[in-house]
Design a protein around this ligand. Structure first.
Ligand code: FPP
Length: 238
C-alpha cells in the first residue's frame, strides 16, 4: 500500500513484466538471446533501485508457463542466463536482498532447481527486501496448484469445505508470504497482464511504458512510482 508519509509514495509490492528484450535485440540486428542478456543486467540494476527507494517486495516475470513454445535455442539461452545469474548472486547478498522463486519447478533442469534451492536457503535471513523471480510461472497454473492443495486438505479431513475463503487460497499461492501487489510495471508498449500474478493484482495499479526492458533505467522506475503516488486507490470504496 502507498506510504503517504514518504516524500515519494512508495508501493510495498511491485510486479515487473520484463518485456521487449527480443525487440531490443532485433533493433540492433542482434540475436534475441543478447536481448535477454541485456534484460538480465536491467533486472539487477532495477532490483537495487527498488531497494534504494524503499520497495519491500519486487516480483519479476522471468519465464512463463507459455514461454516453452519459443524456439529451443532461445529457451535454452534464457535457462542458461538463470543458472549463470544464480552463480553470481553474491551481489544481492551484500545488499541484504532475499531471493525466492515462484512457479512450477517440475519442468526445470535439475541443476537449476538445485541452485534455486541453495540461493533461497542462503538468502533466507536477508531482510533488506524480498525479490521473487517467477520461473515457469502462470497465474492460472498457480491457482490450480492452490486448489489442488486445498482439495487434498478437505479430502484428508483437515478442513471442511465451508472453511475455504480468500485467506486460505492466498496461503496456498506461491506468494503466500508476500502482500498483494500494489503496482504492476510493463514496459515495451504492451498493455496486458499475460497471466502474471492474476490473483495478487486484483487491486494493483498498472503502469505501461513504451521503453523496452533492456533500456529501462532507475529514472524510469522512479517515474512509475511517481505516477503510482498520484493515483487515487479506493479498493472498491468511494
Ligand atoms: C520477454 O521479452 C522476456 C522474456 C520471456 C525473458 C525474460 C528473461 C530475462 C530478462 C532474463 C532474466 C534473467 C535473470 C537472471 C533474472 P520478449 O522476448 O517477449 O521480448 P519481445 O516481446 O520484444 O520479443
Amino acid at each position: 500500500m502507498a506510504d503517504k508519509n514518504n516524500e515519494l509514495s512508495v508501493p510495498c509490492h511491485v510486479g515487473i513484466i520484463m518485456d521487449g528484450n527480443g525487440r531490443w535485440a532485433k533493433k540492433r540486428g542482434l540475436p534475441r538471446k543478447l536481448g535477454h542478456r541485456e534484460g538480465a543486467k536491467t533486472f539487477r540494476t532495477i532490483t537495487r533501485e527498488c531497494k534504494k527507494i524503499g520497495v519491500k517486495y519486487v516480483t519479476y516475470y522471468a519465464f512463463s508457463t507459455e514461454n516453452w513454445s519459443r524456439p529451443k535455442d532461445e529457451v535454452d539461452a534464457i535457462m542458461d542466463l538463470f543458472e549463470k545469474y544464480l552463480d553470481e548472486v553474491k551481489d544481492f547478498a551484500d545488499e541484504n536482498i532475499r531471493l525466492r522463486f515462484i512457479g512450477d519447478r517440475s519442468r526445470l533442469n535439475e541443476s537449476l532447481v538445485k541452485k534455486m534451492d541453495e540461493v533461497e536457503k542462503e538468502s533466507a535471513g536477508f531482510d533488506g527486501m524480498d525479490c521473487f523471480l517467477a520461473i515457469n510461472y502462470g497465474g492460472r497454473d498457480e491457482i490450480c496448484h492452490a486448489v489442488k492443495s486445498i482439495a487434498e486438505m478437505v479430502k484428508n479431513g483437515e478442513i471442511d469445505s465451508e472453511q475455504i475463503d480468500e485467506k486460505l487460497i492466498e496461503k496456498n499461492l506461491y506468494t503466500a508470504e508476500a502482500p498483494p501487489v500494489d503496482l504492476i510495471i510493463r514496459p515495451s508498449g504492451e498493455q496486458r497482464l499475460s497471466n502474471f500474478l492474476i490473483w495478487q493484482s486484483a487491486y494493483a495499479e498498472y503502469y505501461f511504458t513504451d521503453i523496452l526492458w533492456p533500456d529501462f533505467k532507475p529514472k524510469d522506475l522512479r517515474e512509475a512510482v511517481k505516477a503510482y503516488g498520484e493515483r487515487n486507490r479506493r479498493f472498491g470504496g468511494v
